[in-house]
Design a protein around this ligand. Structure first.
Ligand SMILES: [Zn+2]
Length: 328
């Protein structure tokens, strides 16, 4: 489509909140939101110097140095529209591909097709299964069947369910590394992925979700799975992030005010199904986000949402339109 309409949104230089102004050098950052109804000519080269791969380190609470992404090296984070489910695909400049959840069982084929359309090289370096609920892991066996997966990271919480058994069988058949969250830090060139969870089991399955923070320089993402308030309170360290993938599809069980105060997000992404029976996202959570001046993007309204960053600025656009429940 050619009708892209760049909309310059309120950027940090114009209206930093007092709290934002104290964050690390973020006064110079500009945020541009591009809303289109198709693929736009934004695509930077997604290539690199070889396959790269994760370097898994031991638990390390030490701060990660701020990375400066080379110009021309863009990072893409795709929040796929998979209805009332989660699926996030991350493309890094060194050709690393990361998938966080894979939608529900019915979403598997569409997720596979979506990845193929992104110039995907067929290998997933890291696949994170945040927690064993069907709307997060249901589509993963299909993904694992289609692509080579080098490592699966999960919450370490098994489940007695057909979809968990299917995933476990897929991992075994793949013969890949299977790790549980334990505060790992993955280094992909200048980009770091910090796992913020591990070593604790919660009664509520959602609270066991793997939480990860992607550090791209001056732009960070926080991926929260379906954690609820109790688990939010237990996350330690620096969880500040410009972009928050809102927990539990915008449920009132999550995204507490103290949690938001620690993250200080500028942009919130909600993955929810249009007209879902849970009433997600909850109006109170939307009001809380907007009351703090946080821009909200929703897959149920906008479809797939893609965030691109060069580590300094970021851009948001609608993706190339997988809509849950439709055939490609
Ligand atoms: Zn969920």
């Amino acid at each position: 489509m050619t009708g892209e309409k760049p909309i310059v949104r309120a950027g940090s230089p114009a209206d930093p909140s007092p709290s934002k102004a104290r964050k690390k050098g973020r006064l110079t950052k500009t945020v541009v939101t591009l809303i289109t109804f198709g693929v736009i000519g934004l695509s930077p080269p997604h290539g690199g110097n070889g396959p790269g791969g994760p370097v898994t380190g031991p638990a390390a609470p030490a701060a990660v140095p701020i990375a400066h992404i080379s110009s021309g090296d863009q990072i893409k984070v795709h929040c796929l529209d998979v209805g009332q489910a989660d699926c996030i695909y991350i493309q890094l400049p060194d050709n690393t591909d990361i998938l966080i959840d894979g939608g529900d069982q019915d979403d598997g084929p569409a997720v596979v097709e979506y990845l193929k359309r992104q110039g995907f090289d067929g290998g997933i370096e890291l696949l994170i299964a945040t927690h064993p609920h069907r709307d997060h892991i249901g589509g993963l066996p299909e993904v694992m069947e289609a692509f080579e997966v080098k490592e699966v990271l999960d919450s370490g919480l098994p489940a007695q369910s057909e979809w968990y058994e299917s995933l476990a069988q897929s991992i075994t058949a793949e013969g890949c590394r299977w790790a549980h969250d334990n505060s790992q830090i993955y280094e992909f060139g200048q980009v770091h992925l910090q796992i913020l969870t591990g070593g604790r089991t919660w009664k509520e399955v959602n609270n066991n979700s793997v939480v990860a923070r992607l550090d791209c320089g001056q732009v960070e993402f926080l991926f929260t799975g379906d954690i609820e308030k109790e688990a939010e309170e237990r996350l330690t360290g620096d969880i500040s992030a410009e972009i928050l993938k809102v927990g539990h599809h915008g449920s009132s069980s999550s995204t507490s005010a103290p949690f938001l105060a620690r993250i200080q997000p500028e942009t919130a992404i909600i993955s929810a199904g249009a007209g879902n029976r849970y009433g997600h996202p909850h109006p109170g959570i939307l009001a809380r986000l907007r009351g703090l001046g946080i821009r909200v993007h929703r897959t149920d309204w906008e479809g797939t949402i893609v965030i691109e960053t060069d580590g300094d600025k970021y851009w948001i656009r609608q993706g190339d339109g997988y809509v849950a429940g439709t055939n490609l």
